[in-house]
Design a protein around this ligand. Structure first.
Ligand code: ADP
Length: 352
C-alpha cells in the first residue's frame, strides 16, 4: 500500500531524511518511532504531499506522490500534530467544509454521520470547535482525516496533550480504525507503539535503523539475555562458578537476598542458553538454585540500544552495561533506562 525507496530530504547541509526505504502492506498498523529531531514529521509531510522530497520514490496505492499527487492524496487521511481546526466553526460546518475541500463524492449526510459515529462525536456536531475539550477536538481532527474514506490514515503524535483517559480512548480508536485501514502512527512515546502497532520502524538522525515486528525487535539488536538467578551457597565461589559457565559474559552479586540465597545478575551472549549447564554446575557443588528470572528487554531498552548504536561510533561493552545496572532488579533497570531516555530527549531538544 505504501512504498518508500531511497527517500532523501535535505535542508541545506542537514539530511533530515537520509536514504530511507520501507514498504507497508494494506491493513498494517505501523509505528514510526524515533527521538525528537529524527525526521519523523519530515517523512510524514512528504508522504502526505505537504513537502517535496530531495530525491527518492514515494508511492501510495501504486500512485507516485510526485507524479500523481491527487490520486495518491485521495488515499490518505492525515492527522497532523496540530490538527487544522477552525475554532469558530461548529463541528458540522467544519466537516462539511472538509468534505468540499477534499472533493468528496460519497453521499454527504450518510458519510459524515458514519464518520461522526466512528469517532464518537455525533453528540457535539452542533457545537463550536473552540468550546470542545482537547480530547473531543482530537476526535474532530481524526474525523476530518476520515472524510472521503481514505485507505491510509497517518497520525502524527495523536495523544500529545491529552489526559490519560483520553489517551486510552484515542488509542482504542486507532486500533479500531486499524481493522479496515492501513495506519501509520508517528510518535516518540514507546508505550504507544507497544499498545497499538503490529510493526515498528525506528528512525534516528534521518536513517531507518530498525524495521521489525514488535516481538522480533530484541533479535534485531542481537540482544544478549539477562537473567536474575537466586542461588544458595558461598557468594564469592558461586560468582566465580557462574562466570566460568560457557556463554556467560558478565555476572555480579546483587544486593537482594532471599533467605540464605543471594541474587546474581548474569548476562549471556546472544543466542546462548545456559540453563542446563547452570543447573549441573550448581548441583555438582551442592548449591540450590531457588530462583531464575529472565529479565528480558523492555522496548525502552531496545530503543536505547538501537539509538545508541546508531548515534555513537562505539557502544559500551556488555560488561560495562552490566556494571551500570548495579541494582539488578527490573524496577531499577527500568528507572535507569527511563532517566537515560529523559537525558537523551532533553539533549535532542537542546540540539533542535
Ligand atoms: P521529528 O518529527 O522526528 O521530531 P523533524 O522531521 O521535525 O523530526 O526534523 C528532522 C530534522 O530536520 C531536525 O533536525 C529539524 O531541526 C530539521 N528540520 C525540520 N524542518 C526543517 C526546516 N523547515 N528547515 C530546516 N531544518 C528543518
Amino acid at each position: 500500500m505504501i512504498k518508500i525507496e531511497h527517500l532523501v530530504k535535505n535542508y541545506g547541509n542537514l539530511s533530515a531524511v537520509d536514504d530511507v526505504s520501507f514498504e507497508i502492506e494494506a491493513g498494517e498498523i505501523v509505528g514510526l518511532l524515533g527521538p525528537n529531531g529524527a525526521g519523523k514529521s519530515t517523512m510524514m509531510n512528504i508522504l502526505t504531499g505537504y513537502l517535496s522530497a530531495t530525491s527518492g520514490v514515494v508511492e501510495i496505492g501504486g500512485h507516485s506522490v510526485l507524479d500523481e499527487p491527487l490520486k495518491a492524496k485521495k488515499l490518505v487521511g492525515y492527522l497532523p500534530e496540530q490538527p487544522p481546526l477552525y475554532p469558530d466553526m461548529t463541528v458540522d460546518e467544519y466537516l462539511n467544509f472538509t468534505y468540499e475541500l477534499k472533493g468528496c463524492t460519497l453521499n454527504r449526510e450518510k458519510h459524515l454521520s458514519e464518520v461522526c459515529d466512528v469517532v464518537k462525536i455525533a453528540d457535539v456536531r452542533g457545537r463550536l470547535i473552540g468550546h470542545l475539550s482537547k480530547g473531543y477536538r482530537q476526535r474532530v481532527g481524526i474525523a476530518q482525516a476520515l472524510v472521503g474514506n481514505p485507505k491510509v490514515i497517518i497520525f502524527d503524535e495523536p495523544t500529545v496533550g491529552l489526559d490519560p483517559k483520553q489517551i486510552i480512548e484515542i488509542r482504542n480508536l486507532i486500533r479500531t480504525l486499524g481493522k479496515d485501514h492501513t495506519v501509520i502512527l508517528s510518535t516518540h512515546i514507546l508505550g504507544e507503539v507497544q499498545a497499538v502497532c503490529d510493526r515498528i520502524l525506528i528512525v534516528n538522525k534521518g536513517r531507518l535503523v530498525a524495521n521489525e515486528q514488535a516481538e522480533n525487535l530484541a533479535h534485531a539488536v542481537q540482544a544478549g539475555r539477562r537473567l536474575s538467578i537466586k542461588i544458595c551457597g558461598q557468594k564469592a565461589e558461586v560468582l566465580t562458578a557462574l562466570k566460568e559457565i560457557p556463554g556467560v559474559v558478565y555476572a555480579e552479586v546483587l544486593a537482594e537476598r532471599d533467605g540464605d540465597a543471594y541474587a546474581y545478575l548474569v548476562e549471556c551472549k546472544a543466542g546462548a542458553d545456559i540453563r542446563k549447564n547452570l543447573f549441573f554446575t550448581m548441583a555438582a557443588r551442592g548449591w540450590a538454585i531457588v530462583g531464575l528470572e529472565a529479565l528480558g528487554m523492555s522496548l525502552e531498552d531496545i530503543f536505547i540500544t538501537i539509538v545508541d548504536t546508531t548515534s555513537k561510533p562505539t557502544r559500551p561493552s556488555a560488561k560495562r552495561r552490566g556494571k551500570e545496572i548495579t541494582a539488578g532488579t527490573k524496577g531499577a533497570i527500568e528507572k535507569e533506562l527511563a532517566s537515560e531516555m529523559l537525558r537523551k530527549t532533553s539533549e535532542n531538544l537542546e540540539s533542535k
